[in-house]
Design a protein around this ligand. Structure first.
Ligand SMILES: *Cc1c(COP(=O)(O)O)cnc(C)c1O
Length: 231
């Protein structure tokens, strides 16, 4: 079995290759290592291999790791569903939230963000492919939501995020990413100051990078397969 350091290097190389193919620079694409279900020792192995940005989905699990790894210089991103009664610890402990889909959540994060930390970086999650089961705001609601969130003082709207359904090949994978990119371009053309497209995971990061991803969120390709056990 390969080590976390080897996996991380392979992912970094894969990002570089996809960026080159797309005529982009590798440093236009940031790697967010998704460490959900893996313990602090796995995160530390990635930190020692040079990774500094980590994404977490489950609040309590994330807070345990944030405490255990304090002082390691890690930038923590919350990428899971945000419940309205859990916004305060998110506002107090993370640098970014990728998964905001309602104004009420953004308002709470803005109010609860400690001033000393500076604005919380926010992406709006969009349900590009219109799946019933998936979270994210509808594309038609996005312009109004984006304008309202951009006006909040305690958060900084950075861009958009999506989690499309898995698709068989790269051409199909690119379709929803292209749609998210078009929504992003439209908001920018409308005057919103955005710089982030958070899209692409282990199985589809190459397609996402070719459609303009600026952050890819990669878990299993770095840490291995996840086993979900409730503790
Ligand atoms: C788990 C997760 C990822 C990483 O998925 P992999 O397929 O393991 O790379 C990325 N984004 C979100 C929102 C996730 O929940």
């Amino acid at each position: 079995m390969s080590t976390i350091a080897e996996n991380l290097q392979a992912v970094v190389d894969r990002i570089g290759a996809a960026a080159t193919q797309a005529g982009r620079r590798a440093d236009e694409v940031q790697l967010l290592a998704v460490s959900k279900t893996f313990g602090p020792e796995a995160v530390l192995a990635a930190v020692r291999a040079g990774q500094s940005r980590f994404g977490e989905n489950y609040l309590q699990e994330a807070l345990d790791k944030i405490v255990a790894l304090a002082g390691q210089g890690i930038e923590w991103h919350f990428i899971g569903p945000v419940q309205s009664n859990k916004t305060r610890p998110i506002a107090e402990n993370f640098a970014w939230v990728h998964s905001v889909e309602r104004l009420k959540i953004a308002q709470r994060l803005s109010e609860q963000r400690p001033a000393a930390l500076g604005p919380l970086n926010i992406c709006l999650q969009v349900n590009v492919s219109g799946e019933q089961t998936k979270s994210g705001c509808a594309p038609a609601e996005l312009p109004e939501l984006a304008r309202a969130v951009a006006a909040l003082p305690g958060v900084r709207l950075r861009g958009l995020m999506a989690i499309p359904e898995p698709a068989a090949d790269e051409e199909q994978q690119r379709v929803p990413f292209r749609q998210l990119r078009a929504l992003y371009d439209a908001l920018r053309a409308d005057g919103l100051d955005l710089d982030t497209l958070s899209m692409g995971m282990s199985g589809d990061m190459d397609a996402a990078i070719k459609e303009g991803a600026t952050i890819v969120r990669v878990g299993s390709a770095i840490f291995g397969a996840r086993t979900y056990k409730q503790t």
